[in-house]
Design a protein around this ligand. Structure first.
Ligand SMILES: [Zn+2]
Ligand SMILES: [Zn+2]
Length: 327
């Protein structure tokens, strides 16, 4: 499926700045009509052959630049329940990268070049969000020890308390990254997202961006999300037990019931910079603009800088010698 402008026929895309569909060719707003593609291996805009990868749900035609969404990968089991549309547009994403890296001394000169930054693409990353109802029951013996001295005698009083906690804790939208391609650690660094701004899925939000279907099933992710809920519930429970010298647990039981599971898409900007045969990945939270990535250091620039410093020292040395010569 591609979205075409009713006024000029160009490919309309979702504009985070205008919070609506926009035609980059004639600037029309909300002029889109969806055109379904007969064949996912052929661009619906120009007819050029396309080679979607195994998990692509939306891609860009290499020939004409039109953004195509694959209907069969946003329907049935792959129909997302929720989407967090991009709030940060490409221009803003580029500015944020320039702001962050503009003052770095040893950056390769092409790193912030417009032609490189233009290759940046927005990508919708698949997630499962879990809602759990947790019932936590905990019991323990808590000891409080009091010591005092009267005359030559030291007294110790040990009081033992029975501790019991019975708590219901509800969790909503615990996120788990369902993309094999996205390293979990990096996705964790990009968080948090404000999940309150999520909305019901509509294909138009994907126009102008790349997308992926989930490559890790919710059955695989559910136990991880449950463990996170249990850990958080445990921390909450422990924070309610204070003032004891020691606590000996007797029962520690957390029952987690899955209340809801939502398949959702979250926005990430990707800038891949290739330097000396190595790819450097920069990712930007498409909602908050938070940036994750470490820039490469150009050894050429570093040597140049050291040479300049050395040059300065030699020049100062020559000047001192000169002055001494006069005396
Ligand atoms: Zn148009
Ligand atoms: Zn095309």
């Amino acid at each position: 499926m591609i979205f075409k402008c009713r006024n000029c026929g160009a490919n309309t895309v979702w504009s985070p700045e205008k919070d609506s569909m926009c035609c980059p060719h004639c600037d029309s707003i909300d002029s889109e009509e969806a055109v379904n593609s007969a064949d996912m291996f052929q661009c619906a805009a120009c007819g050029a052959p396309m080679q979607p990868k195994q998990y692509d749900s939306a891609t860009k035609c290499e020939h004409c630049g039109a953004y195509t969404i694959f209907e069969e990968r946003i329907s049935g089991e792959y129909l997302p329940h929720l989407i967090l549309p991009f709030k940060v547009g490409k221009q803003k994403a580029k500015e944020l990268i320039k702001q962050e890296f503009g003052k770095k001394l040893f950056l390769p000169s092409s790193f912030l070049k417009e032609s490189y930054l233009d290759k940046m693409e927005g990508d919708y990353i698949p997630f499962f969000l879990f809602d759990f109802d947790c019932h936590y029951r905990f019991s323990a013996k808590g000891k409080k020890i009091r010591r005092w001295t009267t005359g030559d005698t030291e007294y110790t009083e040990t009081s033992i308390f029975q501790i019991f906690r019975d708590m219901d804790v509800d969790f909503s939208r615990i996120p788990t990254d369902a993309s094999l391609a996205m390293p979990d650690g990096e996705m964790d660094l990009l968080e948090p997202y404000n999940y309150g701004e999520m909305t019901g899925f509509e294909p138009k939000y994907m126009s102008g961006f790349l997308g992926e279907i989930y490559s890790v099933s919710k059955e695989t992710l559910e136990p991880r999300a449950k463990q996170k809920a249990r850990n958080d519930a445990g921390a909450l429970m422990r924070s309610s037990i204070i003032g004891y010298d020691s606590v000996m647990p007797e029962m520690d039981d957390c029952q987690c019931m899955t209340k809801a599971e939502n398949y959702a898409l979250l926005p990430v900007w990707n800038y891949i910079y290739r330097f000396k045969g190595k790819d450097y990945f920069f990712r930007l939270n498409g909602q908050t603009g938070k940036l994750v990535g470490k820039a490469p250091i150009s050894i050429g620039k570093l040597t140049g800088y050291a040479a300049t410093l050395f040059g300065c020292i030699v020049a100062i040395g020559a000047l001192i010698n000169g002055i001494l010569g006069v005396i």
